[in-house]
Ligand binder design. Structure first.
Ligand code: AMP
Length: 213
């Protein structure tokens, strides 16, 4: 089979990261999360990371040229030759056009649908390991020891942009910039809607069915 390329689309807090991590295991292709790539660039203190910082902390999109250069570098690596799951990219029509203009053909776009009022609670409770990136929820699925990652014993805390004020801006940006991609890919006939409510496992089964895997 040729390279399998997918996009996971959905608002912040829809569970794209959680589902991508499961898909990586079963499909043996990497997850390419622009949010993770940007956070890694910040942590490494690169020029790009510094430029991205303010946009991220305010819940705005990082300028396309910065994001595209990161994505281009990531997709050129050997492990992406057999395909990948794009998580959090494209985030607007210009980024979707950039994929097209590079001749990147995506098999299917899974739109993980979660009502806005649920997202706020999910994001407010989200906790992330600063070491390995494992995600938890303060009340629904906390780590065994508060603040300590079950998997790597790293420090578990809240992402700066998961703060309530920033979340509001991220959700607005999603509605105005990213949601138009739903129609964009629907018209192309490759959009599959998945209900993002329910257990991780039940959503995962729905995602697999949407991918035809
Ligand atoms: P995420 O982890 O996907 O929620 O992304 C966190 C933040 O990184 C977003 O709020 C944006 O500031 C930035 N970001 C992630 N992906 C993109 C993208 N494709 N285009 C622009 N900004 C992005």
């Amino acid at each position: 089979m040729g390279a399998r390329r997918f996009i996971l689309l959905g608002p912040p807090g829809a569970g794209k990261g959680t589902q991508s991590a499961l898909l990586v295991e079963s499909l043996s292709i990497p997850q390419v999360s622009t949010g993770d790539l940007l956070r890694a660039a910040r942590k490494a203190g690169t020029d790009l990371g510094r430029k991205a910082q303010l946009f991220m902390d305010q819940g705005h999109l990082v300028p396309d040229d910065l994001v595209l250069s990161l994505v281009e570098e990531r997709l050129s690596r050997d492990d992406a030759k057999g395909g990948y799951i794009l998580d959090g990219f494209p985030r607007n029509l210009a980024q979707a056009d950039a994929l097209d203009s590079r001749g990147i053909v995506v098999e299917c776009v899974v739109n993980v649908d979660v009502p806005f009022e649920i997202l706020v609670g999910r994001i407010a409770g989200r906790r992330v390991c600063q070491g390995c990136g494992a995600t938890y929820h303060a009340t629904n699925s906390p780590p065994r020891t508060e603040g300590v990652c079950d998997a790597c014993s790293g420090s578990v805390g809240q992402r700066k942009d998961d703060d309530a004020a920033v979340v509001e801006s991220r959700l607005k940006v999603y509605a105005s910039e990213t949601a138009p991609l739903i129609d964009f890919y629907k018209k192309r006939g490759i959009l599959r809607d998945v209900n993002g409510l329910g257990s991780t496992e039940s959503v995962y089964q729905a995602v697999l069915a949407a991918l035809g895997s």
